[in-house]
Design a protein around this ligand. Sequence first.
Ligand code: IMP
Ligand code: MG
Length: 174
Amino acid sequence: MKETIEVLIPAEDIAKRVKEIAEEISGDFQGEPITCVCILKGGVIFMTDIARSLNQTVLLDFMDVSSYGNSTESSGNIEITKDLDDPIEGKNVLIVEDIVDSGRTLHFLRNYLTEKNPKQIKICTLLDKPERRVVDVKCDYVGFDIPNEFVVGYGLDYAQKYRNLPYIGILRFE
Ligand code: IMP
Ligand code: MG
């Protein structure tokens, strides 16, 4: 089967939205230092763009999780495969994720990180598929709500491919 990609969100629209969100985040954190916790690997491109648009001191840390299930849907069983390098106690934490689908991953991560007693945790996701939500999770910053389609690009993959596309596209099999 041939894989084709239809542009859903062009690179210019992403860049404009990143600036808007970063301005909102800077204001909300009132110039205080922020620890960005990037969820690998999908969040990495978005995180680097957000981080470079923030005015205050920014620290970067990374987590990776795996969930047992098929390749296009996460299950409830989430395992941490890479944990934070540094303590976040008393810190302002911004979780940066590529997409919220069922909500299971972010629900798990918010609970996990809350136990480490940060000063506050906010969640920033580039994309949200509200139709697919199974577990309620409050996202503080959302780049774009998108329809129930499988998307790739700007960090998001299919079988580890397409993360480097500068835009978000809908993946189709023909
Ligand atoms: P959740 O736990 O169901 O919210 O799953 C979120 C994770 O599923 C994301 O971090 C992505 O890795 C993956 N995911 C969900 N939808 C898509 C998609 O449309 N394209 C690529 N990855 C996706
Ligand atoms: Mg992900």
